[in-house]
Design a protein around this ligand. Structure first.
Ligand SMILES: NC(=O)c1ccc[n+]([C@@H]2O[C@H](COP(=O)([O-])OP(=O)(O)OC[C@H]3O[C@@H](n4cnc5c(N)ncnc54)[C@H](OP(=O)(O)O)[C@@H]3O)[C@@H](O)[C@H]2O)c1
Length: 300
């Protein structure tokens, strides 16, 4: 089974019962989504517990799904910090497996970069989890270029994924590519040329919050600052006979033939289906660059 281009994000499960979540998963599977993204930190562990309730009742589902979880963000009273020590990684995985009622995780991501990260310790943790059959594949999230290289040079286990925010409403990752040597702030490196580093090594880019403006500024589809790109999405949606969301999804998927996935966080089946429709559209280059510019980005 190949991993789907669209990932179902399971961060916003607050209003879903375990039965509702089961319905969402079966809807996803019947619409070609087989990859699910969660984290130990989502709803302080409650999201994984809810997924575990689904697996307890429907154990046959497990083999039809790729389960990806993350570790490394710690909430301790009022303090939030990052911990990617050997103990933290191994304990987190064991707790996540218990919460989700499963024996192995398909992909484990280090959720955010811990400045104190020691590549040797991470290598040991990955080797242990891999030998125990608890984790099949490893990756990172929100990691800068040099830190990925540091890990790559010091672990024998491939780092296959970096999950980063990317969408029409948040384009730092690629905007700098067009603005090298320009006398403007867009040329200031936000990502350390991460985009092409990942392409060079075939590391999958998973785009989180693909329809969000900025960090958590609401949907691009009803935000005043996104009016121009929204109108153009309408025009393309009419041309391709799909929704605006499908266009916003196709915009991201055009960035790579193979190593890219888009994570929808919607739990509304109609919205999720619109993301899937985006996998069937191949925008022209002219359309792609026009979307880029109409989303408020400068192209010299
Ligand atoms: N690695 C990280 O640091 C990190 C951080 C944040 C999130 N994530 C992952 O990314 C996933 C997605 O995050 P998200 O939920 O913030 O992003 P999102 O899917 O881009 O959702 C943002 C907004 O877009 C709306 N939307 C989605 N599809 C739509 C459609 N077809 N039509 C109209 N509106 C639509 C959503 O509304 P509705 O909900 O009403 O559809 C929501 O208000 C999470 O579940 C999580 O797995 C990872």
């Amino acid at each position: 089974m190949n991993p789907s281009k669209i990932i179902q994000g399971l961060m916003r499960l607050d209003n879903l019962s375990a039965d509702n979540l089961y319905n969402l998963i079966t809807f996803d599977l019947s619409n070609g989504i087989n990859y699910f993204d969660i984290s130990d930190i989502y709803m302080n562990g409650e999201a994984e517990i809810k997924l575990g309730q689904v697996f307890k009742k429907h154990p046959d589902l497990r083999e039809k799904m790729y389960i990806q979880t993350k570790c490394g963000i710690v909430k301790d009273g009022d303090a939030t910090y990052y911990d990617l020590s050997y103990e933290h990684i191994v304990n987190s995985v064991e707790n996540s497996l218990k919460r989700m009622n499963i024996d192995y995780i398909d992909a484990l991501l280090l959720h955010r970069p811990d400045i104190f990260l020691n590549a040797g310790e991470v290598a040991q943790a990955f080797a242990f989890l891999s030998q125990q059959g608890k984790v099949k594949k490893f990756g990172v999230s929100n990691f800068p270029h040099e830190m990925m290289k540091y890990l790559y040079d010091n672990t024998n286990i491939p780092i296959d994924i970096n999950q980063l925010q990317l969408g029409l409403g948040h384009m730092n990752l690629i905007r700098e590519v067009f603005n090298v040597n320009m006398d403007n702030n867009d040329g200031v490196e936000h990502t350390g040329e991460l985009f092409f580093y990942m392409k060079r090594y075939g590391i999958t880019l998973q785009c989180w919050s693909p329809y969000q403006v900025g960090f958590f500024g609401g949907s691009i589809f009803n935000n005043d600052s996104m009016k121009e790109v929204s109108l153009y999405c309408d025009e393309l949606a009419n041309k391709y006979k799909v929704s605006k969301c499908a266009i916003a999804t196709a915009f991201l998927l055009k960035l790579d033939d193979e190593h890219i996935q888009v994570i929808t966080g919607s739990t509304n089946p109609e919205h999720v289906k619109e993301s899937v429709d985006g996998t069937k559209i191949n925008l022209t280059k002219a359309e792609w660059y026009t979307l880029y510019k109409k989303a408020g980005n400068f192209l010299p």
